[in-house]
Design a protein around this ligand. Structure first.
Ligand SMILES: [Cu+2]
Length: 158
Protein backbone atom coordinates (compact mmCIF):
# COMPACT_ATOMS: atom_id res chain seq x y z
CA UNK A 1 0.00 0.00 0.00
CA UNK A 2 2.81 2.33 0.90
CA UNK A 3 4.43 1.54 -2.44
CA UNK A 4 1.25 2.40 -4.39
CA UNK A 5 0.94 5.76 -2.66
CA UNK A 6 4.41 6.70 -3.77
CA UNK A 7 3.57 6.19 -7.50
CA UNK A 8 3.45 9.34 -9.49
CA UNK A 9 -0.02 10.15 -10.95
CA UNK A 10 0.98 9.20 -14.49
CA UNK A 11 2.31 5.84 -13.34
CA UNK A 12 -0.89 5.18 -11.37
CA UNK A 13 -2.96 5.94 -14.45
CA UNK A 14 -0.82 3.64 -16.53
CA UNK A 15 -1.19 0.79 -14.02
CA UNK A 16 -4.98 1.27 -13.91
CA UNK A 17 -5.24 1.26 -17.71
CA UNK A 18 -3.09 -1.86 -17.96
CA UNK A 19 -5.15 -3.63 -15.29
CA UNK A 20 -8.39 -2.78 -17.09
CA UNK A 21 -7.00 -4.42 -20.20
CA UNK A 22 -5.22 -7.36 -18.55
CA UNK A 23 -7.75 -8.47 -15.92
CA UNK A 24 -10.41 -9.43 -18.50
CA UNK A 25 -7.78 -11.36 -20.47
CA UNK A 26 -6.52 -13.23 -17.41
CA UNK A 27 -10.03 -13.94 -16.14
CA UNK A 28 -11.31 -14.74 -19.63
CA UNK A 29 -13.88 -11.93 -19.45
CA UNK A 30 -15.08 -9.96 -22.47
CA UNK A 31 -12.87 -6.99 -23.24
CA UNK A 32 -14.39 -3.52 -23.05
CA UNK A 33 -16.21 -3.04 -26.33
CA UNK A 34 -15.23 -0.41 -28.84
CA UNK A 35 -18.22 1.43 -30.19
CA UNK A 36 -18.43 0.93 -33.93
CA UNK A 37 -19.91 3.54 -36.19
CA UNK A 38 -23.49 2.64 -37.00
CA UNK A 39 -25.47 3.45 -40.10
CA UNK A 40 -27.86 6.31 -39.76
CA UNK A 41 -31.30 6.86 -41.19
CA UNK A 42 -31.27 8.97 -44.31
CA UNK A 43 -34.29 10.33 -46.15
CA UNK A 44 -33.88 11.02 -49.85
CA UNK A 45 -36.41 12.16 -52.40
CA UNK A 46 -36.39 12.45 -56.17
CA UNK A 47 -38.86 14.23 -58.41
CA UNK A 48 -39.83 12.36 -61.55
CA UNK A 49 -39.30 14.22 -64.80
CA UNK A 50 -38.69 12.60 -68.19
CA UNK A 51 -35.67 14.85 -68.80
CA UNK A 52 -33.98 13.73 -65.57
CA UNK A 53 -34.70 13.06 -61.94
CA UNK A 54 -35.25 16.39 -60.17
CA UNK A 55 -35.43 17.95 -63.63
CA UNK A 56 -31.68 18.37 -63.43
CA UNK A 57 -29.43 18.31 -66.43
CA UNK A 58 -27.58 15.11 -67.22
CA UNK A 59 -26.01 13.67 -65.15
CA UNK A 60 -28.82 13.16 -62.69
CA UNK A 61 -28.22 13.82 -59.00
CA UNK A 62 -25.69 11.50 -57.35
CA UNK A 63 -27.08 9.96 -54.19
CA UNK A 64 -24.23 9.59 -51.71
CA UNK A 65 -24.67 7.59 -48.54
CA UNK A 66 -22.51 5.60 -46.14
CA UNK A 67 -22.51 1.84 -46.24
CA UNK A 68 -24.95 0.54 -43.66
CA UNK A 69 -27.20 3.60 -43.74
CA UNK A 70 -30.93 2.97 -43.57
CA UNK A 71 -32.33 4.69 -46.63
CA UNK A 72 -35.87 5.86 -47.13
CA UNK A 73 -36.21 7.04 -50.70
CA UNK A 74 -39.37 8.91 -51.64
CA UNK A 75 -40.04 9.24 -55.36
CA UNK A 76 -42.42 12.10 -56.09
CA UNK A 77 -44.35 13.03 -59.21
CA UNK A 78 -42.85 15.89 -61.20
CA UNK A 79 -44.38 16.02 -64.65
CA UNK A 80 -47.47 13.81 -64.22
CA UNK A 81 -46.02 11.14 -66.50
CA UNK A 82 -45.58 7.52 -65.43
CA UNK A 83 -42.26 6.71 -63.72
CA UNK A 84 -40.80 3.95 -61.58
CA UNK A 85 -37.63 4.41 -59.52
CA UNK A 86 -35.32 1.46 -59.10
CA UNK A 87 -31.82 0.80 -57.81
CA UNK A 88 -30.02 -1.58 -60.14
CA UNK A 89 -28.43 -3.81 -57.51
CA UNK A 90 -27.38 -6.52 -59.99
CA UNK A 91 -26.06 -3.90 -62.40
CA UNK A 92 -27.75 -5.14 -65.57
CA UNK A 93 -29.70 -1.99 -66.51
CA UNK A 94 -33.07 -3.70 -66.16
CA UNK A 95 -35.60 -3.44 -63.32
CA UNK A 96 -35.47 -6.85 -61.63
CA UNK A 97 -38.01 -6.08 -58.96
CA UNK A 98 -39.48 -8.56 -56.52
CA UNK A 99 -38.54 -11.38 -56.60
CA UNK A 100 -35.36 -9.94 -58.17
CA UNK A 101 -32.56 -8.22 -56.27
CA UNK A 102 -33.27 -4.65 -57.37
CA UNK A 103 -34.91 -2.12 -55.06
CA UNK A 104 -38.00 -0.73 -56.79
CA UNK A 105 -40.75 1.76 -56.13
CA UNK A 106 -44.25 1.31 -57.42
CA UNK A 107 -45.02 2.97 -60.74
CA UNK A 108 -46.39 6.46 -60.17
CA UNK A 109 -47.57 9.44 -62.18
CA UNK A 110 -49.66 12.00 -60.32
CA UNK A 111 -49.42 10.74 -56.72
CA UNK A 112 -46.36 9.74 -54.73
CA UNK A 113 -45.86 5.98 -54.36
CA UNK A 114 -45.02 4.53 -50.93
CA UNK A 115 -41.43 5.38 -49.92
CA UNK A 116 -38.85 2.69 -50.63
CA UNK A 117 -36.91 1.57 -47.54
CA UNK A 118 -33.68 -0.40 -47.71
CA UNK A 119 -30.25 -0.68 -46.12
CA UNK A 120 -27.25 0.43 -48.16
CA UNK A 121 -25.25 -2.74 -47.56
CA UNK A 122 -24.83 -4.40 -50.92
CA UNK A 123 -21.06 -4.93 -50.78
CA UNK A 124 -18.33 -5.06 -48.14
CA UNK A 125 -16.47 -2.16 -49.71
CA UNK A 126 -17.33 1.23 -51.14
CA UNK A 127 -19.40 0.85 -54.27
CA UNK A 128 -21.43 2.76 -56.84
CA UNK A 129 -24.67 1.49 -58.30
CA UNK A 130 -26.96 3.12 -60.84
CA UNK A 131 -30.54 4.12 -60.16
CA UNK A 132 -33.02 4.47 -63.01
CA UNK A 133 -36.56 5.10 -64.00
CA UNK A 134 -37.66 1.83 -65.57
CA UNK A 135 -39.87 3.72 -68.04
CA UNK A 136 -37.23 6.28 -69.10
CA UNK A 137 -33.85 4.65 -68.35
CA UNK A 138 -32.11 6.62 -71.10
CA UNK A 139 -32.52 9.99 -69.43
CA UNK A 140 -33.54 9.20 -65.86
CA UNK A 141 -30.50 7.53 -64.36
CA UNK A 142 -27.85 8.52 -61.86
CA UNK A 143 -25.29 7.19 -59.44
CA UNK A 144 -25.93 5.79 -56.01
CA UNK A 145 -22.63 5.79 -54.13
CA UNK A 146 -22.07 4.17 -50.76
CA UNK A 147 -18.85 5.18 -49.04
CA UNK A 148 -17.10 3.37 -46.24
CA UNK A 149 -17.01 5.33 -43.03
CA UNK A 150 -13.44 5.57 -41.80
CA UNK A 151 -12.26 6.81 -38.45
CA UNK A 152 -15.48 6.00 -36.59
CA UNK A 153 -17.15 8.55 -34.39
CA UNK A 154 -20.71 9.70 -34.16
CA UNK A 155 -22.63 10.65 -37.25
CA UNK A 156 -25.70 12.73 -37.59
CA UNK A 157 -28.22 12.88 -40.38
CA UNK A 158 -27.95 16.00 -42.50
CU1 LIG B 1 -39.56 8.03 -65.96
Amino acid sequence: MLVMLSFRPLTKTLVIVLLIGIIPLVMNLPLPSIRLAQGISRNLSLLGFIAAWNSSTIPNPTLTVVQGDSITLSPKPGDGISHQWFLDVNNNGVADCSPGPDICSATFSSASPPPVAFTAAFAPAAYTLTYYCSVHPGTMHGHFTAMLLTGGGDRYAD
